[in-house]
Design a protein around this ligand. Sequence first.
Ligand code: ZN
Length: 485
Amino acid sequence: MQYDTLIRNALIIDGSNSPGYRADVAIANGHIERIGDLQDACVEEEFDAAGHVLAPGFIDVHTHDDTVVIRQPQMLPKLSQGVTTVIVGNCGISASPVSLRGDPPDPMNLLGTAAAFVYPTFRDYRAAVEMANTTLNVAALVGHTALRSNHLDDLFRTASADEITAMRLQLRASLEAGALGLSTGLAYASAFSATTDEVMQLTEELTAFGAVYTTHLRSEFEPVLEAMDEAFQIGRHAKSPVIISHLKCAGAGNWGRSPQLLASLDEAAKTHPVGCDCYPYAASSSTLDLKQVTEAHRITITWSTPHPEMGGRDLVDIAAQWNLSLLDTARQLQPAGAVYYGMDEADVRRILAHPLSMVGSDGLPEDPFPHPRLWGAFPRVLGHFSRDVGLFPLHTAVHKMTGLSAARFGLKARGEIREGYWADLVLFDPATVRDVADFNDPQRAAQGIEGVWVNGVLSYRDGQANGRRAGRFLAREGDLREGFR
Ligand SMILES: [Zn+2]
């Protein structure tokens, strides 16, 4: 047998949450053709991977890369971490189906300016991804706020019966065209006025497709348990899996409550398919939200349309310079983005270590001074949290970013190293892998990522993208409820 690529002597951590084993892996026609002792194999290209780990390519289940995958298809922030698949359309905001009437409403502006929104249907978006020759695989959710922006003249109210009907039609067409499911961002002002009933009616479209409901909860602050109950209620109504996005205890008054949140998640999981994603940092980032302005913890400004020179500075310092209150300063800066140092490290670790949690970066690619999770989330879990802190074994870290994620989102023949699976692979040095991006210098590639293959094509090596782009659009396949058994 002639193979395209042979990776010899790697420690294979296969994504299934089992400890690693040593073997050779042969790739042909984009797939993992054979695993074993392949000394006599005939190959075009060979890698000696002794001392390195070969893992399935990482799946970033929580991204806002909707338009950047098309506009900047190199995707270096993700590729350099070993990510081979991104799931876009999270937190209620998606690039499609969208027909804007002006500027994108907050927080859809996280995906780009009005010029980036050129996909009136999901089918248009899918075609654009396929045309763009993306470096990474792309799978997509449809955002509730995106649907609202199409049909409501005023986002600060709940939708009427007719508007719900119109949103349902767009959602159904999107699911038929391969969308994974529906996401909401109920904490944001642009969706907060939507009642539970509005969301439940929309999610009725998910049932027949076995599609997923993901949610940025209505609150991540003190009412977080009530917000989780709302999410589970919606999921049970729709008979759809529920993924809670970036689960956290936000705000100093909420610290230490992660055991309660995880108990609630475990309880729901007994009778319903549920899970969560989480990013490995004790600081969050989004648009600058007046409700989150507080003196209780540090807030830095990442961007500001009227005051771009304030990017990277602390809100407190800007307030002192302007001689204004924090709230008035925030008002002057809007529209703007911020990093909120509003979590407790112990909560972050408990949630990250929980068996139902997957890793998602929530990185913001448009941000001129982004939260370092954009460039560092996955290596940070491998290096800092698994190797240095010892939060869980390396094979569990890998599982949380590969096998578990592929199962939950129904990404068939991906997320594990198995014969016949797609050759989405990352080779890394377990002794040196680490995130380099930090809050002071957030746009730096990780160390220790030695090679990344997307659908069998080597796309990153020795700290460099090589320009080869073999990503695919991944349409929903089958019933996502099956990935929770
Ligand atoms: Zn979110």
